[in-house]
Design a protein around this ligand. Sequence first.
Ligand code: BEZ
Ligand code: FE
Length: 289
Amino acid sequence: MATDFTEEGAADAVIESFAATPDERLRTILGSLVRHLHAAVREVEPSIAEWEQAIEFLTATGQKCTDVRQEFILLSDVLGISMLVETINERGAAGATQSTVLGPFHMTRSPVRALGDTIDLVGESEPCVVTGQVVGTDGAPLAGAVLDVWQANDHGAYDVQEPGKQPAGNGRGLFTTDDQGRFWFRTIVPSYYPIPTDGPVGDLLAATRRHPYRPAHIHFIVSADGYQPLTTHIFVAGTEYIDSDAVFAVKKSLITEFKEVDDPELAARYQVSNPFRLADIQIALAPAS
Ligand code: BEZ
Ligand code: FE
């Protein structure tokens, strides 16, 4: 005999329909999604017009995606889901530098650069030197670790956002640590910037009176043989929006002083003009499990 659809029984009926799913993890994920989505719908009790609006929003989000634009990831970012997934997945990396979001501006092939090179291909702003050491969580220096670095310029734009205006590869570099796990490179202090707002995610931010800004930061992906790769940022201490990052990606341990240095000898050693800014960081990687 057919069973009647009821508000109370709907979630269980759908979950039951997945009972024969051979992939246990898929069954768990679908069951949880259905339970929580149904609970949200029962709580909110949307009108048909509101439900159609929700479908239109998701459709527009998909339609905004291209090879170089991922509006669904941006949606996950502004809803705090990307950071939640990152944070859940760093639980197994006790003692390691904390992770944060990848973001949409990473290039699969950053330009390979030598230690001490500059990633600032424009050369019009106050110079900055970033130095540091990559170590394991036991403190052992990691020689040959690879750092993939990318950042916005001092107007808050990545090279890929301004083709023709910024040289390709500006603000990017792939560095390998020396035999002490050390690295150093020249750059400029990046600016805070808005995430892309010309799509449905921008509409969502506007409708909820949220600003689109991210505090100033430099991105890193750090990898070394035998260690878990780390995706993280360093945030410029004192930057605007450090307390209200549009994508919730700030962790206090990642906030770094970019000190003002007035030392002609040190400037000469790093081949920058004096005065300059200096950020010194340690990056700890957890052993691969
Ligand atoms: C970024 O830091 O590049 C970024 C992260 C999330 C959304 C948009 C931009
Ligand atoms: Fe960024």
